[in-house]
Design a protein around this ligand. Structure first.
Ligand code: ATP
Ligand code: MG
Length: 426
């Protein structure tokens, strides 16, 4: 069970209280402070303190703490309610970043130093929940007021040391409707080509957060403007990242909240040129690309299905019913129709009549849209047919004829099965 926001907040206040009672300095830090100042409910709370990881464990007790991130100074403190937990991190400074992603080591330090190692001014503030006071060493409150996203310190250095920050900058700017400060934007453009040091999984996780958000259009615009979209899809021969104008337009026309559909739209725009033809690459290539991005099985299945089924929807009024019917009864048909709407709005030669036809068909009574199959594999076995490659084909043929209205009783279906089996064994 996920604890509600009030119990999370109360737990975050209690954690600060407990550390302060033990004589330490403790503050809320980072994202939760930003969210509060933006008038939003924080998703989670982080506490920063001058207590060392060992001291934190002593204050809360070994049984109530997990030391998974202790090397970076982070202790997880567990609440009484299931799922209630909070990261308590010792104030720290980071050493140089030689891999372009992680500091080589960390040293424990002061709140001010800890603020300065953070990425953007809006993320670099602390809040004292006991005194109801913001502690701002980096000018984050001013930037929030001016709706500005700005790197802390020298943007070239900060973006250069951890390339993931480029995607974080785009995400925060898009989601919170901020303008990226000119020097920070300039640094992103300069370093965009170095995004490849970030793992595909981390890239995917940022892109997922952007595409799943109602502000995704702004995120895609910024990705294109900063050259990051090209970098994200550059290394793969499946995509032609030159087509980014189509990406912007297609995403702009998409009316759905799902990440998978938005990702399918982005991939489609980059695979071009004509969405009515089956996708330029095989479903298997696409699946392995999804795997590399460490998408979940459900996510990849949906992305591949959307792209593979789109041509069928776009030409539905010309296609045979048995080809369209399995697509129309899929649980995610509404997502596919949303994608198809965006595609027809974008590509002039794709007609919306086909989609209208699909919408009409899915409103048919279920017995008409998806009638119970007339025969099953067990029925074929009891006819004495041997399982084998022909088995599935016979079932498919019978289903097709049923959907076309050529047969409508089990008796007729079994007759067809027998004659088909005879043909196979001739
Ligand atoms: P969200 O949880 O929505 O991704 P967040 O800002 O809370 O946003 P977290 O990844 O939870 O992001 O990180 C918490 C805080 O740690 C950030 O607010 C920021 O101060 C700091 N931080 C996170 N990632 C980085 C990074 N790559 N470089 C510098 N500081 C970072
Ligand atoms: Mg967070």
């Amino acid at each position: 069970m996920i604890p509600n926001s009030t119990s999370q907040r109360n737990f975050a206040i209690a954690a600060v209280g407990k550390l302060c009672d033990a004589g330490f300095e403790a503050l809320w830090a980072g994202g939760c402070v930003r969210d509060r100042l933006l008038g939003q409910e924080p998703q989670d709370y982080d506490v920063a303190t001058n207590a060392t990881p060992d001291e934190v464990r002593k204050v809360f007790g070994k049984r109530k703490t997990l030391a998974i991130g202790a090397a970076f100074g982070v202790i997880v403190v567990l609440g009484d309610q299931q799922g209630l937990q909070i990261d308590v991190a010792t104030f720290r400074s980071d050493s140089p970043y030689s891999d372009g992603r992680h500091p080589d080591s960390v040293t424990f330090s002061t709140a001010e130093e800890d603020a300065k190692r953070r990425d953007f001014t809006i993320n670099g503030m602390f809040f004292d929940p006991l005194k109801d006071k913001v502690i701002d060493y980096v000018g984050g409150s001013q930037d929030i007021q001016n709706r500005m996203l700005r790197a802390i310190g020298n943007p070239h250095d900060r973006i250069g040391e951890d390339k993931l920050r480029m995607l974080r900058a785009v995400r925060f700017a898009a989601i919170y409707g901020l303008t990226i400060d000119e020097k920070t934007l300039d640094a992103i453009r300069v370093h965009a080509g170095e995004l490849s040091v970030v793992s595909a999984e981390r890239i995917a996780s940022e892109i997922r957060k952007m595409l799943a958000h109602p502000q995704r259009k702004q995120a895609v615009n910024l990705l294109v403007e900063t050259d990051l979209l090209q970098q994200v899809f550059k290394s793969d021969s499946l995509f032609n990242s030159e087509n980014s104008t189509a990406t912007i337009q297609l995403v702009q026309k998409l009316r759905t909240e799902r990440f998978e559909t938005a990702l399918a739209a982005v991939l489609l725009s980059l695979m071009g040129p004509d969405p009515t033809t089956p996708i330029a690459t095989s479903g298997r290539d696409l699946s392995s690309w999804c795997k590399q991005w460490k998408l979940s099985n459900e996510e990849s299945k949906l992305v591949v299905w959307l792209l593979e089924s789109l041509p069928c929807i776009l030409t539905a009024n010309d296609d045979a019913w048995p080809a369209i019917q399995p697509v129309l009864i899929h649980t995610d048909i509404q997502e596919l129709l949303s994608l198809a709407d965006a595609v027809t709005a974008h590509w002039d030669h794709c007609e919306s009549e086909a989609i209208e036809y699909c919408r009409q068909q899915i409103r048919l009574p279920i017995e008409t849209l998806n009638p119970q199959p007339l025969v099953s594999g067990t029925d074929l076995l009891s006819l004495g047919l041997q399982p084998g490659p022909s088995f599935k084909e016979i079932l498919n043929t019978i289903r097709e004829q049923q959907l076309l209205g050529k047969i409508d009783t089990q008796q007729a279906a079994l007759k067809v099965a027998l004659s088909l089996a005879e043909n196979y064994h001739r």
